[in-house]
Write a protein that binds this ligand. Sequence first.
Ligand code: C2E
Ligand code: SIN
Ligand code: SIN
Ligand code: SIN
Ligand code: FE
Ligand code: FE
Length: 365
Amino acid sequence: MNLEISIHNAKILIVDDEPINIRILQKALHRENYQCIDTTTDPREVDALYRKNFYDLVLLDIQMPYLDGFSVMKQLKTIDAQRKTYSPVLVLTAQTDRETRLKALQQGAKDFLTKPFDMTEALHRIYNLLEVKLLHNQAYHQNKILEQKVRHRTDALNQTRLEIIHRLGRAAEYRDNETGLHIIRMSRYSQLLGLKIGMIHEESETLLHASPMHDLGKIGIPDSILLKPGKLTKEEFDIMKQHPVIGSDILSGSNHELLSMAKTIALTHHERWDGSGYPHGIKGEAIPLHGRIVAICDVFDALTSERPYKKAWSVSETIDFMKQQSQKHFDPTLLRNFMDILPEILKIKTKYAEPHSSSPLLERY
Ligand code: C2E
Ligand code: SIN
Ligand code: SIN
Ligand code: SIN
Ligand code: FE
Ligand code: FE
């Protein structure tokens, strides 16, 4: 942008109760090619004019009827504060006393001219003030553009990060759950249960995105065990039981909230309330809350789903079994809350139901 051109397109407001003063200034400014000049002889009109327009400079008389220049400056300051911008004020005054000059500067005038003024000097001062103001406008505008760019970039990065994490969850489930619907269901159940117990929205969202990685460690379990159509032997199950630690190792070392929650969930989703779970056999509230939530939601979905090694259980069989497991496998308070939201859980289950009842994996064996 050419500054010379912009300066002559700047919006200027002249306020003076003497029409003759306005005419002289306006004429001089026109001669200098200033294009956009508003004027008023009534200081009471300034507030409305100033609100409607973004002036680059205000030429303001001090001694006026109804409202003096100081009161006008106060009004402008209020508007500036609301808009978070400012228009420089150049005070025009017949009073030469030190007190008036100081007061004008204290009230925020950028400069002042004592009447009668030397028009050449006045034009120089006007030009200088406009130059500063327009450079300020440019910087302000560029900052806005930069802020917007940063915001877009941040949104895109967050989106990409979530997508990668989502795909990691899919990768984890891919071998024993090709559709990926298990992690969609169990993560939504988990979010809902979190909200039910009073979790703030943001934490519940993190839970939604972290819980799909609970079984990431199954990546380290051989097909012969993971996809075995029948019951696992003790040795096979001992290997299977390593998946929480494998997953937690893969996810460890990040201080990113989402990944650290995912790590905790991976490590603790097979712990049990009574301490009979794995890998560490911790009990009760020593098991992190997010792990206890996922334990309930994961088992509910595992039981009501078909697996390479089992048929799907009915909802009522699943509920009966899980209630028996209250205080054994599951946190009793969380389980009660889960049962309270069962109607909503079942809506999610229906919405994300597997497309057909027989698993394609079963057909391979
Ligand atoms: P998964 O299939 O995702 O199951 C998660 C959890 O749901 C299980 O953790 C268990 O608590 C519960 N669950 C799933 N199916 C049944 C069931 O038929 N009966 C009962 N009572 N609970 C069930 P768990 O037991 O620690 O197993 C962890 C993972 O080990 C399972 O994840 C699955 O991948 C594998 N697994 C467990 N048992 C067998 C099995 O008999 N055969 C095969 N091939 N894999 C198994
Ligand atoms: C999405 O694709 O739904 C966002 C990623 C995620 O849910 O983790
Ligand atoms: C994907 O994000 O890769 C697909 C989402 C899904 O089907 O779960
Ligand atoms: C998830 O898998 O991250 C939750 C399900 C979804 O966002 O579609
Ligand atoms: Fe697991
Ligand atoms: Fe699972």
